[in-house]
Design a protein around this ligand. Sequence first.
Ligand code: PGA
Length: 314
Amino acid sequence: MRRFITADEVRKAAREASGGEKAFIYAEKEDVVTDEARDMARTLGVVISSEITRRPCICANFKMNGGPGFMDKYAAELASCLAQFYPEYAAETDVVVAPPAPLVPVALALSNKKAIYSVAGQNCYIKESGAFTGEVSPYLLRECGADYVIIGHSERRKLFAETDALVAQKLKIAIDAGLTPIMCLGENIDDRKTAKTFAVIAQMLTALYSIPIEYSKKVILAYEPVWAIGTGMNASSEQIAEVCAFIRKNIMVKLGVDFSNAIRILYGGSVNETNALEIAVIKGIDGALVGGASLKAVNFAKIIAAFKTDARSN
Ligand code: PGA
């Protein structure tokens, strides 16, 4: 999947940059930037992203499914399938499982000291402790062994009216508690039909910009078009690549090119064992957030294996 970045592409990027915005070309580590392209970029003031490798992160989101018995079988099956399909996965990827909150310590214990997977919460509240019946403290999640927490999932935004401001508060306290947030963002079907996808994504990214930069650096993003979640209708490679490029460009403008290169962006929305490789090779996508298909350990293991370094660079 190696790409050559030419002087023509640099000229095109310069032409297309609008309204004083800096032109930007996003290059992956394996891409080749020709000498002419570098000279042209210097002359026209086009930024070509520095080369960087981002470690894939593949996260299972069980949602409100599973119990202790299920978790027990799942952990054993996942370990044996991974040993079969991708024995070196732990050295190359971050594998995360997000069970319902009461199962966090159970999932952790079954992971054999995080040897199989790390554990995530699916949500957390904006306070450390207190009179907030039914809520889960990020500090408690951390104490119970979670390393990650999903923040701003579309189901939370839609069913529990979570706003960008609340998402920003959650990001901040989750990081204070020592968790890595996986922040979800994505347009719904009406947004897409009315060409508002980019506007909606830009608005959701404000949560990332409203926390101090040392905090933003710890965030993982998950692009999850709402219309693709649980529908069996994943976004096309072109749609995913286009939104991912938009996200990196928006971040580049706000937080700089190094930041935009380093942040990990996962894709979520009907990822399964059949389409995972197609998604894994998309430029700029660094992993997956998997709902339904992650409930079968064998399928989740196949999805993880799609992010093998050699499979992706073929
Ligand atoms: P799905 O869910 O894989 O079932 O579409 C993804 C998610 O909601 O994170």
